[in-house]
Design a binder for this molecule. Sequence first.
Ligand code: HEC
Length: 172
Amino acid sequence: MKAFHRECGCLVALTNELNHEGYRMKRKVLLAAGALVVVLIAIQLVPVDRSNPPVVADFDGPAEVATVLRTSCYDCHSHETGWPWYSRVAPVSWLVAHDVEEARGRLNFSLWGSYDRKRQERLAEEIWEEVEKGEMPLPAYLLAHADARPDEADKATLRDWSGAARQAGSID
Ligand code: HEC
């Protein structure tokens, strides 16, 4: 005996009704997955700025400080970003590009030499504050870049350099 399925109105054998229910579920899941794939492909077409502009006036402090900053901070705070593969895949690429843009806007080691002395001193203080609190490098970044985590020696280097900058600032 056949009957119309109560929800979709399909003509199915009554003994088959359960199967038909399963089929409709599967179809819904497949349609949703297909739609998701289409959206994921479409958003790859949104342009993302991953440019590395020229280095204007690179950080010119002590070499050991420069090494720590290069290892732990330059991917976001300079024009020498090493764009990882996931920075090419939307929507993660949007977050990465946004972080880099914001980070460069606030503190850019590729422009360091063009900052006036007051700004350099203030930033030197903030650099240590952020690292001491564990807020920089961004914890999410460290998940994919374990090597960028400053160790105790790196931290001591930054702390001493920052302390010296603070003293220099308080003299005048
Ligand atoms: C993954 C990207 C990323 C890395 C790596 C990173 N930062 Fe940042 N940094 C940001 C972003 C984004 C901001 C701005 C938003 C915020 O303050 O959270 C910022 C803000 C800052 C500020 C605040 C500047 C201001 O004007 O308020 C300092 C200081 C800073 N970072 C220092 C560092 C230091 C030092 C390192 C390396 C030890 C580092 N950052 C590594 C992304 C990064």
